[in-house]
Design a protein around this ligand. Structure first.
Ligand SMILES: Cc1ncc(C[n+]2csc(CCOP(=O)(O)OP(=O)(O)O)c2C)c(N)n1
Length: 280
């Protein structure tokens, strides 16, 4: 199955990401649903994946041969929903109901079948990765050879289940599995390094038998090289440790972990949108 859209230039990806940053912040302010900093951290990676990497067709979201993407850091759902809408999986207007009682668009991705493009319910950290691993096994044994991708957060790597899956994937030689770690060095209540140290993260994954690459998670150029490399690797799974900035794109949100939970007030919303190029 081939990607129906021609791949985007890095300039176009940047414009899309900028537009989606605006919508994430506006939607967060209107719905009062948190995790704006977490969404801005992984947005550039999501944009690259959905426009230039994944073999998907928004008009055939259940195609058996589609690549699978699982947002294991499920609290980034507001970013994923905006990406899916912009990519054409569903009408953008549907996101006007984000966070409303009874809506399927909420803080985390719901179970499959409710929103086109959502492969699994995630949000309880530490589980999406194992589900992606299972799908990668299914791909191999059914000979469909689609690729599976899971996006993890660094705080999520404190979960024991992450390291069970990290042990199993190289044993099964899952070269069709790529893990991306949104390594912004923060988790909900503080610095990841101070809560439960992960470093040296690169060496840990390497010791577990993975092909490891470390990139700037806001550089489309580095993403292109890393995702292309990952596809060339045979007999082992790949992990891309993406150094990111929580709150990326808005000066007063960048690397300020208050924006894990904070909701912008009217003035902050205005300032953020102005920075991103649009007044209220
Ligand atoms: C199993 C589990 N425990 C606790 C939570 C609550 N929770 C939501 S986000 C988060 C941590 C976020 O930090 P990180 O995983 O590094 O993601 P970031 O927001 O920094 O991208 C926590 C503990 C959860 N979702 N799942």
């Amino acid at each position: 199955m081939s990607n129906l859209l021609k791949q985007k230039s890095f300039k176009e990806l940047k414009e899309i990401a900028n537009q989606l940053r605006r919508r994430i912040i506006e939607t967060g302010a209107n719905s009062k649903i948190p995790h704006i900093g977490s969404c801005l951290s992984c947005l550039d990676l999501l944009v690259y994946l959905y426009w230039n990497e994944l073999e998907i067709d928004p008009l055939k979201p259940n195609d058996i041969k589609r690549d699978r993407f699982l947002l294991s850091k499920g609290h980034g759902a507001p970013a994923l929903f905006q990406v899916l809408a912009e990519r054409g999986f569903f009408e953008k207007d549907r996101l006007l109901e984000f966070g409303q009682p009874g809506s399927v668009f909420h803080e985390h991705p719901p179970k499959p079948g409710l929103i086109p493009g959502i492969e699994a319910a995630t949000g309880s950290l530490g589980h999406g990765f194992s589900m992606a691993l299972g799908m990668a096994v299914a791909s191999k044994i059914s000979d469909k050879m689609f690729r599976c991708y899971a996006m993890l957060s660094d705080g999520e790597c404190n979960e024991g289940s992450i390291w069970e899956a990290a042990l199993l994937a190289p044993t099964l030689k899952l070269h069709n599995l790529t893990v991306i770690i949104d390594f912004n060095k923060w988790q909900a209540t503080g610095r990841s390094e101070e809560i439960m140290s992960l470093q040296p993260l690169y060496l840990k994954w390497e010791a577990f038998g993975w092909h490891v690459q470390e990139i700037n998670g806001h550089s489309f150029n580095e993403m292109e090289l890393a995702f292309n490399n990952a596809k060339e690797i045979k007999h082992k799974p790949s992990v891309i440790v993406a150094n990111t900035i929580k709150g990326k794109g808005v000066s007063f949100m960048e690397d300020d972990n208050n924006w894990h939970y904070r909701i912008p007030d009217r003035e902050e919303l205005k300032l953020a949108l102005e920075e991103l190029g649009s007044a209220l």
